[in-house]
Design a protein around this ligand. Sequence first.
Ligand code: PSU
Ligand code: MN
Length: 303
Amino acid sequence: MFKDYMDIKPEVAEALSAGKPVVALESTIISHGMPYPKNVETARAVENVIRENGAVPATIAIIKGRIKVGITDEELEYIATAKNVAKVSRRDYPIVLSQQMDGATTVAGTMIAAEAAGIRLFVTGGIGGVHRGAAESHDISADLEELKTTDVVVVCAGVKSILDIGGTLEYLETAGVPVVTYGTDDFPAFYSSKSGFKAEYRFDDPKQAAAAIRAKYDMGLRGGMLIACPVPEKYEMPFDEMEKIIGQALRECDEKGISGKRITPFILDRVKQLTGGESLEANIHLVLNNADIGSKIAADLSK
Ligand code: PSU
Ligand code: MN
């Protein structure tokens, strides 16, 4: 059974059985998405924001073949610094678990474990999506398929323009995933608050979000929900400037023949270099903001 592979941290297990709010967090953002030690500092700060709002954080990662739902500070340090940490999406689980490997879970990987643990809401930075040129490369993140089937709400800062944002929104529509912006009509583009696309629906407070999530569960509708929060204005980066930088990083990616699951980490790192670290600051603050909003929604949901 699934739970034979999973260790739920006592604090998380207690909160779940008492019906207290719990917020899941992913670990790919720690191991593959940000450099050390900013990754560890950010992960800690995110957990603190969630606690301040009365919820319990559950960062999900795989350590020596065990799925950890909620990690200790030592485990966080380990996953942030260990060599050969696999990036774990749905297809990676059977091998990583059976071979006792270390793994960092993506959005898809985290949703799978969160659902199994009974956690309904998950906070991250950005999700994977339909890549530019996907008609030829077929590069569409497994995150989208997961949102179609797995019952976990994902709070993010929209979709980065390293992806085909319009294509990603079309895919989510086909998959039957509710996409809702938070406090804005504009669908955010991760580093920027506007992408040029609008979402069909918006929430303006945690209560509205929790009510919609409750309705989804009450109806027994399978699949996730995507709540997109704009990066705080102070840390926002101009969309056009980011388009140029991302374009360059994508060309380099092509020239170097980087493919598959290595694309996203490569681009994130190059964008960080090309913006002189500014994109990393935006990334950190948008995750903190999502954690604030997500944990308030989780708190309302557990009422
Ligand atoms: N976007 C980010 N930071 C990240 C990721 C995406 O800004 O760390 C990670 C997430 O874990 C996401 C994954 O689920 O990349 C998507 O990878 P792929 O495109 O290979 O499915
Ligand atoms: Mn891909």
